[in-house]
Design a protein around this ligand. Structure first.
Ligand code: ATP
Ligand code: MG
Length: 370
């Protein structure tokens, strides 16, 4: 299955009626219409991102420790002319898991087949893919925490023994056939490592945990993307944009595009600090890179639950989100920024959250806008 086909099969990676904004009613619609930039995948936008997607480890900026190790493992596998060990990618949306899978295949000089767990409905879907792979190819499964049990069982044998159990016939006359498949590298990506079964995790020889990108790396990503999009951006503007993008390359690329729109319409010769300050204000993104909904989540904890602790379910209902969305898409960055704490008794707003919302109110926006 090629990438386009996998994307169609997997859609945006969420089945209809689920996903980040499922069941979130107005909150979802609001975000959809307001042009607000969210880290999760809108795959139309990622299609446009194709030109921005790094193709080699050299172009893949940041995540240095992970990259250093990977380049050794890749070089060693190439030297031995063997498949790279199976690779497990963990991290919040938009940090580069899919990108890294493509980079790995490129660096190995092999082909890449992509799919996502929800697209693997029947064992025959998996058999169809695995039997078409070539020796040392890379097979990428996105959202690997959503595999069906029957598929997962099959994958265990495929990963370990490079064989498949294929059942022929039905009832008492059924026979199991073992089919040998090429030695391949499975790259599994997830935003929810906690939901992946341990027998599956233990079959991955290499594990990469993504962290939010450092400011310097984010600036380098903005500059690289601006160059590819052929738009000029001042250093101060690049640094401000990088600081307001939640340490997430997908977000910084989207914001860069929006700033390009603002600059173009306002006939600014380049993206300046002024364009970015005004642009972020219009998108209601504050100095920490929080959007309106992030601030609403903090405000609900502070105002309605006295700062917490409040359970994830209660909080999710109060802000009109699914628990999964709250946990996968909103909390990681709020926690990383020191605004939210996850405790055994529930979520708590930190003193930094109080200060941040207060400084916003003083500025008159309900948000700390520059
Ligand atoms: N290290 C990087 N350097 C430069 N750009 C990057 C890097 N990582 C990601 N990007 C950019 O960010 C975009 C989003 O990355 P990607 O789609 O790989 O994220 P993801 O982790 O797979 O997200 P999801 O969990 O939603 O699938 C890419 O299209 C790419 O342009
Ligand atoms: Mg992805």
């Amino acid at each position: 299955m090629g990438k386009a086909e996998a994307d169609r099969a997997g859609g945006n990676g969420f089945p209809p009626g689920s996903g980040p904004f499922a069941g979130s009613g107005e909150a979802g619609k609001g975000a959809e219409n307001s042009g607000v930039v969210r880290p999760e995948r809108r795959f139309q936008d990622d299609d446009r991102d194709l030109s921005l997607r790094p193709r080699t480890l050299g172009e893949f900026l940041g995540q240095d420790a992970m990259k250093k190790n990977l380049s050794v493992f890749i070089a060693a596998a190439r030297e031995r002319n063997e498949s790279l060990d199976h690779l497990f990618l963990i991290g919040p949306p938009g940090l580069g898991k899919t990108t890294l899978a493509q980079v790995v295949a490129n660096e190995l000089g092999t082909d890449l087949t992509m799919t996502s767990a929800p697209a693997l409905d029947k064992p025959k879907d998996l058999v169809g893919i695995l039997t078409k792979l070539k020796e040392n190819d890379v097979f990428f499964i996105d959202e690997i925490h959503r595999l069906k049990p029957a598929i997962e069982e099959m994958l265990y044998i495929a990963m370990e023994d490079y064989e498949l159990d294929w059942v022929i016939g039905q009832g008492p006359g059924a026979r199991t056939l073992r089919i040998a498949i090429p030695r391949f590298t499975l790259v599994g990506a997830t935003t929810k490592a906690g939901n992946v079964a341990s027998p599956l995790i233990s079959r991955f020889g290499i594990s990469c945990r993504f962290s939010f990108y450092e400011q310097a790396d984010m600036e380098a990503i903005v500059r690289r993307s601006a160059k590819i999009l052929r738009v000029s951006i001042d250093d101060v503007a690049a640094s401000l944009l990088a600081a307001s993008s939640r340490g997430t390359p997908r977000v910084v690329n989207r914001l860069l595009r929006r700033m390009r729109d603002f600059a173009q319409v306002e006939k600014a010769p380049s993206i300046t600090r002024e364009v970015v300050v005004q642009g972020l204000k219009r998108l209601e993104i504050d100095s920490l890179g929080l959007e309106k909904h992030d601030r609403e989540i903090l405000a609900v904890i502070i105002n309605r639950f006295n700062g917490g602790p409040v359970g994830a379910e209660t909080l999710a209902i109060s802000v009109g989100e699914a628990v999964d969305t709250l946990e996968d898409y909103y909390e990681p960055y709020l926690i990383q920024s020191g605004l939210l704490q996850r405790t055994p008794r529930g979520r708590m707003a930190t003193s930094l959250a109080y200060e941040h919302l207060q400084s916003g109110r003083k500025a008159g926006g309900g948000a700390s806008l520059f």
